[in-house]
Design a protein around this ligand. Sequence first.
Ligand code: OAD
Length: 243
Amino acid sequence: MNKPRHKGPDMRKIVILTGAGISAESGLGTFRDEGGLWSQHRIEDVATPEGFARDPELVHRFYSARRQQAAEAQPNAAHLALAQLEQRWAGEVVIVTQNVDGLHEAAGAHNVLHMHGTLGGALCAACAHQWQAPMEMTLETTCPACGAQQARPDVVWFGEIPYHMEEIISHLEEADLFASIGTSGQVYPAASFVQEAAANGADTVELNLEPSEISRAFGVRHFGPATEIVPKWVEGLLTGGNA
Ligand code: OAD
């Protein structure tokens, strides 16, 4: 039996999925928009375990450049608004991000699950030890635990299982409101979260520059740049509980 739902001002638990669109106005390119990362690089080359096995140097160069860019980027008004929501909302706010930058945390958010890993992390392909990545990771980067020179960025590649899935699913089951911000809805499992949340009785809202591939799955939709529509949406929630 579904648990009783809290609607309007009584709404308690908000689960927010974010994608590359929320960081676009911080200067970090998205993947699938015109001129996006996947028009400049082949996914098979830089975002699969097979690509890494074939040419690890290329993969390190790609992620080291992104790590540098992400380190120089500043959180924007949308990241800041979500951090405010987390602080001021009477119920629970969980941010599930597909982004590998650290801009939610830089904005002051704490309850953030990085389902696709982080650029700030290194992972040893030999012993699975995780540590803080150097700004430039190379073939010589050595695992501090086992000494192997098999470091890889701690990001989830196509064909790998995203992080925190059990925890994310249980948050979706408990959500009173599910919001998706700045994601194209083309990559699973994240693209199925709206159905998961709605099946468990949550209200659903999409905030994106334009309708995504899965826009029709959402009950409420707001279109425009994240720095405009997210602060407005957060203000509406904090003042009246409106999604
Ligand atoms: P995409 O590049 O697929 O989609 C970005 C979305 O953001 C699009 O729907 C844009 O319309 C929207 N957008 C662009 N600028 C925006 C702005 N200023 N304000 C609001 N929305 C904006 O990026 P993701 O959906 O995040 O995974 O991609 C999902 C996953 O695919 C990534 O995590 C990455 C990628 O391949 C892996 O590498 C495993």
